[in-house]
Design a protein around this ligand. Structure first.
Ligand code: AHR
Length: 513
């Protein structure tokens, strides 16, 4: 059996994991909102129509922050359509997804839902059809205490206290020709800077440079970066946009979905290469940020908000005709193989936690999501739910730098490791957690050496493995779930030998004295 050595040392950290790395995303798309988080009349709905069964699963998943309302939807959305008495709210065509939006659920409902779900809201302003005035007014609506027409409107709509929303995306995927109101990098960079200025001013921040503020709770502004690294404009888009906005924003947004494409020559190898490819993509944007930081002579460190990432088989056909309300769109059912790649993507995010400080799994319910719902009925956890749940609850504290001699396989992106891992040390909770994917078709032995820890003891070991790479979970049965494995012994205080099943994800948790 081939053997891989991995070592990590308690004193060698890449960076600290920001809990916001485990965020997610709800867009007005398909059944994410309607029949997803919101379904008045459902047996599990509360008085506001929020599905409590779904909230229970979101809490189990461990999501601290949720981005809203889009996505592509955002670029045609007028936020004033979604406030005030429901019977007066307009019904609109949504030109992003060719559906009908009734606006029954809007900003105030989302804020209320966030409180019920125990998550922090992350809002977005429309930079497609929207103006900087509308962006500033949305900040005023959410964050200004009262005494102006806009803030008093919020109070009249039932929210006496301001929402104090901290995280704000300035537009969505503005580099994409598919975006309503798509702009060039130059046009968007200039508009985003002006939006950032007035949004901060509306929030009581008197200087446009972030960090230099007299306001109690400054905004965290996220400027729209590349939609993926296959865009012709990547990474020039990011350079130009950052050169305009560097001093005014806090994060550069990046997005990426990976897919299994059976029409490729080596579809499995290419799909399994996703995790290492994602690392390259992050490294390029990190270098772009550093370049601009030097160019604009700033001491401030802009971070990355990876606010859309997931597996998405974009070829899945639409199941409903045009202009329906809440149609079944993008309801990917994830396979075991998807979960394996997904776990590798999570390892990559953890291994870049020094620069990726915020992440949003896109999306959360029904639409390319870990949680699925039936109208009026049941829920189920997709295969991808499990790696997320284990890592969001345990991969905290510092990510340790790992050194590995894993062999590699060729794929469309270059070369990727067969054994892909992340090791986290949570000093506060005195735990070490290890996430390892075996992307080889045969069992592998891994010798894990965790140095400079006192009294290391294995407390948990679970494995996700199936002989059927295309096995899925459903409303009737969750058959792809992690299973308990026998706890390994720790030899000489630091060495653990593991036998990894072929094509498996493995999660271990150790306590430290
Ligand atoms: O998450 C689905 C869509 O993917 C989002 O609306 C858009 O931002 C991205 O292209």
């Amino acid at each position: 059996m081939k053997r891989t050595k991995i070592f990590a040392d308690a004193n060698l950290a890449i960076g600290e994991v920001d809990p916001h790395l485990y965020g997610s995303f709800i867009e007005h798309l398909g059944r994410a909102v309607y029949e997803g988080i919101y379904e008045p009349g459902h047996p599990a709905a509360d008085a506001d129509g929020f599905r409590r069964d779904v909230i229970g699963l979101i809490k189990e998943l461990g999501v601290p922050v949720v981005r809203y309302p889009g996505g592509n939807f955002l670029s045609g959305y007028d936020w004033t359509d979604g406030i005030g008495p429901r019977e007066k709210r307009p019904t609109r065509l949504d030109l992003a997804w060719f559906t009908t939006e009734t606006n029954e659920f809007g900003t105030d409902e989302f804020m209320k839902w966030c409180r019920a779900a125990g998550v922090e809201p992350m809002m977005a302003v429309n930079m497609g059809t929207g103006t900087i005035k509308e962006a500033a007014r949305l900040v005023e609506y959410c964050n200004h205490a009262g005494g102006t027409t806009i803030s008093d409107l919020r109070r009249a709509n039932g929210a006496e206290q301001p929402y104090n929303v901290r995280y704000w995306c300035i537009g969505n995927e503005m580099d994409g020709p598919w975006q309503i109101g798509h702009l060039s990098a130059e046009e968007y960079g200039r508009k985003a800077l002006e939006a950032a200025k007035v949004m901060r001013w509306a929030n009581g921040e008197l200087k446009e440079e972030s960090g230099a503020s007299w306001c109690a709770s400054p905004l965290k502004l996220i400027v729209s970066g590349s939609s993926n690294h296959e865009m012709k404009t990547f990474p020039e888009w990011d350079r130009v946009v950052l050169e305009h906005t560097y001093k005014a924003v806090d994060y550069l947004s990046m997005h990426r979905y990976y897919m299994y494409d059976e029409d490729r020559e080596d579809p499995l190898e290419d799909f399994l290469g996703s995790a290492d490819d994602m690392g390259e993509y992050i490294a390029t944007l990190q270098a772009t940020i550093e370049y601009v930081r030097a160019k604009v002579r700033s001491r401030k460190q802009v971070k990355i908000s990876f606010d859309e990432w997931n597996i998405w088989s974009v070829t899945a056909p639409r199941r409903e005709p045009l202009w329906k309300k809440a149609p079944h769109l993008l309801e990917d059912v994830y396979t075991f193989q998807d979960a394996l790649v997904f776990a590798g993507l999570m390892n990559t995010l953890l291994n870049h936690c020094d620069v990726v400080k915020l992440g949003c799994l896109a999306q959360l319910v029904n639409v390319i999501a870990p949680i699925m719902t039936e109208k009026g009925g049941r829920t189920f956890r997709q295969t991808t739910f499990y790696p997320f749940r284990y890592l969001s609850s345990s991969a905290r504290g510092a990510t340790l730098r790992t050194f590995s001699d894993s062999d590699r396989f060729a794929n469309m992106y270059g070369e990727a490791r067969y054994i892909n891992e992340a090791v986290n040390y949570d000093r506060a909770r005195r735990t070490v957690c290890v996430s390892i994917c075996n992307y080889a078709q045969e069992a592998r032995e891994v010798e894990l050496e965790l140095r400079s820890f006192e009294g290391l003891k294995a407390e948990e070991y679970v494995e996700m493995h199936s002989n059927d790479l295309f096995a899925v979970n459903s409303f009737d049965e969750e058959k792809i779930v992690p299973v308990q494995r026998e706890l390994p012994a720790v030899k000489d205080g630091s060495r653990v030998t593991l036998k990894l099943a072929p094509m498996s994800w493995n999660f271990l948790k150790f306590s430290v004295r």
